[in-house]
Design a protein around this ligand. Structure first.
Ligand SMILES: Nc1ncnc2c1ncn2[C@@H]1O[C@H](COP(=O)(O)OP(=O)(O)O)[C@@H](O)[C@H]1O
Ligand SMILES: [Mg+2]
Length: 375
């Protein structure tokens, strides 16, 4: 076991790294963050910030010499960097696990190899793959997605025909892409789970997620999905974690279509935006759980203490003036989290708030009103 007082490494200095840093430091650990941004949200709260690129061999060597275990908050850390680190210190999750999830094509094949369902998709490496599509009976509408580095709906275009598919492929200027059938969504849900070094698994309660423009807007827990559906989602997420021989915290996003079918959307090899509610509404937060999993501590209880709605605060809210925090904080059931980002660009995740109460359906309305009042 890696006990309090030890130094933990975090690859990535975004908000997920920041909330991990706070959890680890409050339990008496030291944290070293590696991130190329001198003003990264996590770097300023860490004991030490190594400001360098993720591929910088010297920085990685320094990280390895300082830290008993290294983890990540960002799926796009090059797998080679994780491999290099792993020759000198312990790294969770493994380079292999991260590698399988950082490319949508590899990820979808892995999900299907595990025996689980995804939306129908085709791999587009060149325009000739689109010609082939025309005769294959592929159904539109569909979504063209770049295979790597997409997030928050970036690198995606909705297409309705072969011609639009050609246009989208040209516009995205990145190959290969995945062309994914658009699912007629009834609901989106996600499962955040932790898997310990010894294979013990613990799931957080299922979150119901609503996206706006491809970006998570809010998560509601408990989700309205039926109990058997929620259990199936948790079982499938565990199956994926086991197939990855995963250690740490990971998340699985699911679609539930109008026919009630559960499809795996994607896997995040890290803590997840839809798990932020756990900071305020669970016995153990996803960030403390990440620490526990990678340090070989027993996993904490994930019991939900209260129904909760989490609402994201994007940079758009800052357009003319700062959001009206005083009005939001007037409700004693609100928990505000801001990530310390200086520049509020549109679509940029600046913070979130959680609203706790008795009844999830009422909370959803109250939280939405409070969100509207912020602007
Ligand atoms: N095939 C699809 N059918 C229906 N909605 C989709 C599909 N793909 C993506 N979306 C919508 O866009 C959101 C973001 O897409 P996702 O593939 O999860 O990318 P990101 O990596 O940006 O989160 C999804 O949560 C969902 O709301
Ligand atoms: Mg997603």
């Amino acid at each position: 076991m890696i006990l309090p007082g030890a130094t933990i490494g975090m690859l990535g200095g975004g908000q997920l790294g920041r909330m991990f840093t706070m959890a680890a430091r409050s339990m008496g650990y030291r944290v070293v963050v590696l991130d190329p941004d001198p003003a990264s949200p996590a770097g300023s709260l860490a004991n030490q910030h190594i400001c360098a690129r993720y591929t910088d061999a010297e920085a990685l060597a320094q990280m390895a010499s300082l830290c008993e275990v290294v983890t990540t908050e960002f799926e796009n850390i090059p797998a080679e960097a994780l491999r290099q680190l792993a020759t000198k210190t312990t790294v969770y999750p493994s380079a292999d696990a991260v590698e399988k999830t950082q490319n949508r094509i590899r990820e979808k094949r892995f999900i299907r190899d595990t025996g689980l369902k995804t939306a129908e998709f085709a791999v587009i490496e060149s325009p000739s793959d689109i010609d082939t599509l025309a005769s294959s009976g592929f159904h539109f509408p569909a979504i063209m997605k770049i295979a790597e580095f997409g997030y928050d709906g970036k690198g995606q275009v909705v297409v309705h025909s072969i011609d639009e598919t050609r246009e989208a492929f040209a516009t995205l200027e990145q190959a290969p892409c995945v062309l994914e059938q658009r699912v007629d969504l009834a609901l989106e849900v996600s499962v955040v789970l932790a898997r310990a070094v010894d294979g013990t698994v613990s799931c957080f309660p299922v979150a119901e997620n609503e996206h706006r423009n491809g970006i998570l807007h809010r998560s509601v827990v408990p989700a309205v999905a039926t109990a058997p559906m929620q259990t199936a989602a948790q079982e499938q997420a565990i199956q994926l974690a086991e197939a990855l021989d995963y250690c740490g915290v990971m998340a699985v996003e699911f679609f539930i279509d109008q026919a009630g079918e559960l499809l795996v959307n994607e896997i995040a090899p890290r803590t997840h935006n839809s798990g932020h509610y756990s900071l305020d509404a669970c016995v153990t937060s996803q960030f403390e759980q990440q620490l526990r999993a990678i340090c070989g501590l027993p996993l904490g209880a994930t019991t939900l203490l209260s129904p909760v709605v989490m609402v994201n605060l994007l940079g758009d809210l800052w357009q003319d003036h700062d959001p009206d925090w005083a009005s939001l904080l007037a409700d004693p059931a609100v928990k505000l989290h801001l990530y310390g980002k200086a520049e509020p660009r549109p679509g940029r995740k600046m913070g979130h708030f959680c609203w706790l109460g008795e009844d999830a359906a009422r909370l959803r309305d109250q939280a939405e009103q409070a969100f509207q009042a912020l602007a």
